[in-house]
Design a protein around this ligand. Structure first.
Ligand code: HEC
Length: 104
């Protein structure tokens, strides 16, 4: 049975199986980010804000150099998050995973 297209429900989880890149990003996220961010990236974590839907540029800046892309208004003004230069090759996966939740 098909779900009515107009219902536009917001779901916390994914509605489809993750792609290989998203799955890889999920693993990287769960092993590096959830000390502070929520295991469900749609929600605020103990220390870090919700990060679902973050742009590739934002993730790149935050994760690799701790700064923000020009014009981005940080969700929090703390400077708690460390950089993760070793995750350079995993930024596309993180981006894919964090955007696998976004609907519309
Ligand atoms: C030690 C705790 C900690 C860890 C680990 C951490 N973060 Fe963060 N993150 C934060 C905090 C706190 C902020 C808010 C700004 C700050 O304090 O640097 C933040 C901000 C962010 C933002 C910017 C949100 C916005 O729109 O302003 C993104 C994106 C982000 N983190 C992604 C990640 C990813 C991806 C990882 C894993 C590779 C990660 N963080 C690991 C604590 C953490």
């Amino acid at each position: 049975m098909l779900l009515p297209l107009l219902s536009c429900q917001k779901k916390a989880g994914n509605e489809r199986p993750l792609t290989a890149l998203e799955t890889r990003g999920k693993g990287v996220y769960l092993s590096n980010c959830i000390q502070c961010h929520n295991p469900d990236p749609n929600l605020d974590g103990s220390i870090g804000p919700a990060v679902a839907g973050s742009s590739l540029e934002l993730i790149e800046h935050r994760v690799l150099t701790r700064d923000y892309p020009a014009g981005h208004k940080p969700k929090r003004t703390s400077e708690v998050m460390p950089d993760f230069p070793q995750l350079k090759d995993d930024v596309p996966g993180l981006h894919a995973y964090l955007n696998s939740f976004v609907k519309n």
